[in-house]
Design a protein around this ligand. Structure first.
Ligand code: C2E
Ligand code: MG
Ligand code: MG
Ligand code: MG
Length: 282
């Protein structure tokens, strides 16, 4: 019977499972050719100074539009791409495209806006990442400080032998290193002392409960305390309300991103906002 089959390591083969496996194969097949077919683009979400909303950086977020599958959110394909290994090629494309865009904005007289790129743990396996970053920065004549890499705690759990060296080599180039979704993973706080990182991003998981949920508020306060005492920058994610903005300012969190300010924007729209910001300060 089904119980015994599960105990023996068999999986019940249900129509739902067949469906999900078919979906996975479909996604993976299309994903393999997506880069060559120019199906990816990036949108840019402003990171803003919470006091007045001025842009301080841009997080590049990947978008995938496939003719058969439609629009796919990253949460629906990044995991697959990590399993197949395609994420390494996709990740290199994202890195190069984000830097190309930053250089384009610079050349248009908008100044150098730092772009934050999400990096998968798989890109840290092997020690090519620092070389890839070096090559891309050189290609576009950008300083390392124009680039931020966001990675999740998963990178630290995989604990590839080269990871620490890669971090050090990125840091030497001036690249800003940030732990994304901080608090969601297995936060062994020990690594925060060992790693040459600049900052943390407070997971939007906890922002959702601000200001009503006491334990979410407590987690936000705790993370702000950790960042402050370790001298790390802190960016709040998922800021959707004026109340949350004020809560963060009272907590001493200077920078945030979220729908209160803007979702991920097409480059043209992002550039328009950059230009508006510049005008406002003159
Ligand atoms: P993330 O890096 O934590 O990015 C934040 C996600 O939250 C984005 O979803 C963004 O659109 C969404 N978001 C921003 N502000 C708000 C808000 O106020 N409220 C709510 N509810 N959501 C908000 P997105 O673009 O769907 O990306 C999801 C995740 O996919 C990202 O989480 C990141 O882990 C991953 N991802 C995106 N682009 C890339 C990429 O180029 N490479 C890799 N490896 N991962 C990526
Ligand atoms: Mg991110
Ligand atoms: Mg995040
Ligand atoms: Mg996330």
């Amino acid at each position: 019977d089904s119980k015994r089959r599960i105990r023996n390591g068999w999986q019940m083969f249900t129509p739902a499972l067949a469906q999900s496996q078919q979906d996975r194969l479909r996604v993976e097949t299309h994903l393999r050719r997506a880069a060559d077919n120019n199906e990816f683009h990036l949108v840019y979400q402003p990171q803003v100074d919470l006091r007045h909303g001025r842009i301080v950086a841009a997080e590049a977020l990947i978008r995938w539009e496939n003719r058969q599958l439609g629009e796919m959110r990253p949460d629906h394909f990044i995991g697959h791409a990590e399993t197949t290994g395609d994420i390494v090629r996709i990740g290199s494309w994202v890195l190069r495209e984000a830097c190309r865009q930053a250089a384009e904005w610079r050349d248009a007289g908008l100044g150098i806006v730092r772009v934050a790129v999400n990096v998968s743990y798989r890109q840290f396996l092997g020690d090519d990442l620092a070389d890839t970053v070096h090559g891309v920065l050189e290609e576009f004549g950008l300083p390392g400080t124009a680039l931020e890499l966001e990675f999740t705690e998963r990178v630290l759990i995989e604990d590839a032998p080269d990871t620490l060296r890669t971090f050090a080599r990125l840091r030497e180039q001036g690249v800003v290193l940030t732990i994304d979704d901080f608090g969601e993973g297995y936060s062994a706080l020990n690594y925060l002392r060992r790693l040459p990182i600049h900052g943390l991003k407070l997971s939007q998981l906890f922002m959702e409960g601000v200001p009503d949920n006491k334990s979410d508020v407590a987690v936000c306060q705790a993370v702000a305390g950790i960042a402050r005492s370790l001298g790390l920058a802190l960016v709040a994610e998922g800021v959707e309300s004026e109340q949350q903005r004020r809560f963060l300012l009272e907590l001493g969190v200077p920078v945030g991103q979220g729908f209160l300010f803007a979702p991920g924007l097409r480059p043209e729209e992002f550039a328009r906002r950059l230009a508006d910001d510049a005008v406002a300060t003159v």
